[in-house]
Write a protein that binds this ligand. Structure first.
Ligand SMILES: C[S@@+](CC[C@H](N)C(=O)[O-])C[C@H]1O[C@@H](n2cnc3c(N)ncnc32)[C@H](O)[C@@H]1O
Length: 207
């Protein structure tokens, strides 16, 4: 008699499936939204009526959530190499381009006056830890430069970084530019993933 083998599911897949299913149900294009939700619950980085700059915004989950938080009285500007395919409210403005080589359209929206700069930018991964960490750091440095130049004094910064040998230097630079600096690993971020989030609260006047 043939016995039917029940396939044991990998707990890591079950975890991913849980957040993916939830994102689908709640009409978010990616489960990464739950990381920003956890960050927001804890650090209150986005306020109603605020101006938010979302770097690396595709496929659009953070942008949609940020737009819900600001409401129509605020503004969310999203920039990514890739096109965002979802419908977003009128107070969202999307631009396609490279943060590392901003074109004229990006340069135009990068004016001072943001309340929050949030970056979930990630390089295309190679599988080589140090290479991926170095590329992630490069994106983080670009995001920090933008945050220092374009956040209002008192504004907040959220930045994803892949942990690597040079991450500490970046964390120190965030600490210098903000009144409070925190390192945060959301529950919805895979434990095995080397990503962490650096939160800078309250940009210093002279940063
Ligand atoms: C993890 S995804 C962001 C997910 C997004 N926060 C969401 O919730 O939908 C990382 C994004 O960073 C973008 N990215 C990577 N390098 C970039 C660059 N130099 N300029 C702009 N975007 C970049 C990628 O195209 C990718 O869409």
């Amino acid at each position: 008699m043939r016995t039917r083998r029940t396939k044991k599911r990998n707990p890591r897949n079950q975890w991913a499936d849980h957040y993916t299913r939830r994102a689908k149900k709640e009409a978010f294009p990616a489960r990464s939204v739950y990381k920003l939700q956890e960050i927001q619950k804890r650090f209150r980085v986005i306020r109603k009526g605020g101006r938010v700059l979302d770097l690396g915004c595709a496929p659009g989950s953070w942008t949609r959530y940020a737009a819900e938080l600001t409401g129509p009285g605020g503004k969310v500007i999203g920039i990514d190499l890739k096109k965002v395919g979802i419908a977003l409210p009128a107070h969202v403005h999307l631009l396609q381009g490279d943060i590392l080589a901003p074109d004229a359209a990006i340069a135009e929206v990068l004016a001072p006056g943001f309340d929050a700069v949030i970056s979930d930018m990630a390089p295309a991964t190679t599988g080589h830890r140090d290479v991926d960490a170095a590329r992630s750091l490069n994106l983080c440095e670009a995001a920090l430069t933008i945050a220092r130049a374009h956040l209002k004094p008192g504004g907040h910064f959220v930045c994803k970084i892949f942990q690597g040998p040079d991450a500490q230097g970046f964390i120190d630079r965030v600490r210098n530019a903000f009144t409070n600096q925190r390192i945060y690993k959301p529950q919805s971020s895979r434990k095995a993933s080397r990503e962490i989030f650096i939160i800078g609260q309250g940009k210093k006047q002279e940063a």
